[in-house]
Design a protein around this ligand. Structure first.
Ligand SMILES: NC(=O)c1ccc[n+]([C@@H]2O[C@H](COP(=O)([O-])OP(=O)(O)OC[C@H]3O[C@@H](n4cnc5c(N)ncnc54)[C@H](OP(=O)(O)O)[C@@H]3O)[C@@H](O)[C@H]2O)c1
Length: 316
């Protein structure tokens, strides 16, 4: 297949590009700064010559969006919104204008669309969309608004020959430098991998190999609309970090209060929403459709990721 990945230069794009290329597919990445073979320039907001890559392709997987690992300043929030909505809109326009449109458009979205909650898991049918929770910072609602506008940009695209799927992805755990697993492992190794603000908030996650397998599964399926990309067993942050510490062999993890988390997030130029929001998301539609996760429990996934990090650092 010819697979076009707008925004495919980041963590998730790298994972998919490596796996899909190795499986024999032709992968074209749309990027604002092309440097490698297979990369085509676009600006993520306006139509242009890049559309030739979409016309005649089999699958488009749009991942473009300003990183959410940043301080949630008004400027950054605006850029987080615009980069997602504009890129989804323009990808939809390119597909609509194509003489030979792709048969599938997988559009990245996020598990953050669901409410901050502890009481029950969110699947696609019964999950509660966030934005109206009491007792959480007001700006958390804006992340939900971004996710909803992002999905709306895909829904509104007039692409009758192309099946559309929105990937409500949890945090993707891979051994890549700079990815979320790398940061959490670094904190754990410093002895800082303890519960944050009590640690009852749920962490939803998905192993990188399951991301690839789920994408392949969705390409071959007939599912459309929102699909949760998350392992079936989200767990409280304190248990999540305990398993990570055990996988690496770190005996202690100092607990952190909300204020310490604020300081730490500030130092890392990130935002505490990523640590404190309870994301309890489960893959209802994938499981119903018969998808089997390779890594459904966090302990096994963490062991595998640690093994791969150690192998990469040892140069094997
Ligand atoms: N990683 C996760 O755990 C996770 C979980 C859930 C959802 N997601 C979402 O999945 C997508 C991919 O994630 P990722 O971790 O691979 O992100 P990433 O590493 O930040 O990569 C996203 C890509 O988007 C492009 N981009 C950034 N700002 C842009 C802008 N203003 N206009 C157009 N393109 C822009 C960049 O490509 P160029 O600089 O090459 O143009 C970048 O490589 C993101 O939208 C993210 O929010 C990720």
């Amino acid at each position: 297949m010819k697979i076009v990945i707008p925004g495919g230069t980041g963590q998730v794009g790298g994972i998919l590009n490596r796996a899909l290329s190795a499986a024999g597919h032709e992968v074209v990445v749309l990027t604002r700064r092309p440097v490698r073979d297979g990369e085509v320039r676009w600006d993520g907001a306006t139509r242009g010559a890049w559309e030739a890559a979409v016309d005649g392709s089999d699958v488009v997987i749009n991942l473009a969006g300003r990183s959410v690992s940043c301080r949630y300043t008004p400027d950054n929030l605006r850029e987080m919104m615009a980069s997602r909505v504009d890129s989804a809109r323009v990808v939809g326009e390119a597909i609509a204008a194509a003489a030979r449109p792709p048969r599938v458009w997988l559009q990245m979205s996020t598990a953050t669309v669901y409410a901050h909650r502890f009481d029950a898991p969110n699947d696609e049918a019964t999950g509660v969309v966030g934005g109206a929770e009491a007792g959480v910072p007001g700006y958390w609602a804006y992340s939900v608004e971004i996710a909803r506008a992002w999905e709306r940009a895909q829904e509104e695209a007039a692409t009758p020959k192309t099946r559309k799927v929105a990937l409500r992805s949890a945090m993707v755990m891979s051994p890549d430098r700079g990815g979320v697993f790398d940061v959490l492992l670094w904190l754990a190794r410093l002895g800082l991998g303890g519960p944050v603000a009590g640690g009852a908030q749920y962490v939803s996650w998905i192993h990188d190999r399951d991301v690839v397998r789920a994408v392949e599964f969705l390409i071959g399926s007939d599912l459309c609309g929102p699909v949760n990309l998350a392992a079936p067993a989200p767990l409280p942050q304190r248990a999540f970090m305990r398993a990570l510490r055990a996988a690496w062999g770190v005996p202690v993890g100092l607990p952190a209060t909300k204020w310490m988390a604020e300081l730490g997030a500030f130092a890392l130029r990130s935002d505490t929403e990523l640590l404190l929001k309870s994301r309890r998301v489960v893959p209802g539609r994938l499981l119903d459709a018969g998808f089997a996760f390779g890594y459904d429990e966090w302990r096994g996934a963490a062991d595998d990721l640690v093994r791969r990090v150690r192998a990469a650092r040892a140069g094997t």
